[in-house]
Design a protein around this ligand. Structure first.
Ligand SMILES: C[S@@+](CC[C@H](N)C(=O)[O-])C[C@H]1O[C@@H](n2cnc3c(N)ncnc32)[C@H](O)[C@@H]1O
Length: 275
């Protein structure tokens, strides 16, 4: 019978040999025993039950084969919220926390109607709802599985969002103050790490230039937004320059970089007086 401390060392070493972060060992052990990292260090001589050992072996095998850690744990953290995740729905990313942060900093007094387009697990909508529970929030996705997960996350967190199955904004009422979107934006054929390739292609790729969904969203947003409202999107750096050029003169534009210094986010406010 193996003990916690011994297993933690062994699993950490296996993960490291496979090029993964050895600290994940504590998370896998916590997933099967319910004992957190500190508890494991304080009680290294705790034996695992046979069922726990079997589950641990299965999780480690999957992890070493490239399964994302969040799927194995069944959850992840996003903007301070604990969200459930599942296969077939994109795992929320740290970059998108920056988009939420920028949206919150851009918030105007009186904004009361907000939408998250391509909500996936519900991450963006839930983070906004947690900070602004007073506003009406809608969130759309084309993937029913994503909407089921997002609804579950909202229920668990006690947050109110109106989730809609539909293409971009079509299922959401007009008259919005803010639209935030992290839609699929990778250009088709973009090289991806093995783990990311396991995530659904429909959540990753946005046509040959990565803008296949973003361009129609911009067109819709012009009629869905109230005067003074904003569309805030996350996109591939290759899409930034073309959009800046296409929208110049008809919208006020701001760009932000992600933590790696890569152009990643755009804020678009449509101006009434076109040139
Ligand atoms: C990159 S994932 C982002 C998920 C979530 N916003 C996040 O940041 O974790 C994009 C999501 O957009 C959804 N999607 C793709 N095409 C869509 C469309 N035409 N209308 C609405 N949602 C769409 C996908 O199903 C996927 O859940």
């Amino acid at each position: 019978m193996k003990l916690l401390g011994e297993l933690r060392r062994e699993i950490g070493a296996s993960l490291e040999r496979a090029g993964k972060f050895p600290g994940e060992a504590a998370l896998l052990l916590q997933a099967v025993t319910g004992i957190d990292s500190l508890g494991q260090l304080l009680a290294p001589d705790t034996p695992l039950l046979p069922g726990q050992s079997r589950k641990l072996t299965r999780l480690l095998r999957l992890r070493l084969s490239g399964e994302p850690l969040q799927w194995l744990l069944g959850e992840t953290e996003f903007f301070g919220l604990r969200l459930q995740v599942c296969r077939g729905v994109l795992i929320p990313r740290p970059e998108t926390e920056q988009l939420v942060d920028w949206a919150l900093r851009s918030w105007q007094p009186g904004w009361s109607r907000v939408a998250d387009v391509g909500t996936g697990s519900g991450a963006v909508a839930l983070a906004l709802a947690a900070q602004h529970p007073e506003v009406a929030l809608w969130a759309s996705d084309l993937n029913p599985r994503a909407l089921r997960l997002a609804r579950r996350n909202a229920r668990r967190l006690g947050l109110q969002i109106s989730f809609k199955l539909g293409d971009l904004l079509v299922s959401i009422p007009k008259g919005l103050d803010l639209i935030v979107a992290n839609l699929p934006y990778l250009p088709l054929g973009a090289p991806l790490p093995e783990e990311v390739r396991r995530e659904p292609a429909a959540a990753l790729f946005g046509g040959s230039d990565g803008l296949a969904l973003i361009r129609p969203l911009i067109v819709q947003a012009r009629t869905w937004l109230r005067p003074g409202g904003a569309l805030m999107i996350e996109l591939d750096p290759s899409g930034v320059a073309p959009l800046l050029q296409e929208l110049a003169g008809s919208a006020a534009l701001e760009m932000r970089r992600d933590l790696n210094g890569t152009p990643r986010f755009l804020k678009i406010r449509f101006v009434e007086d076109r040139f």
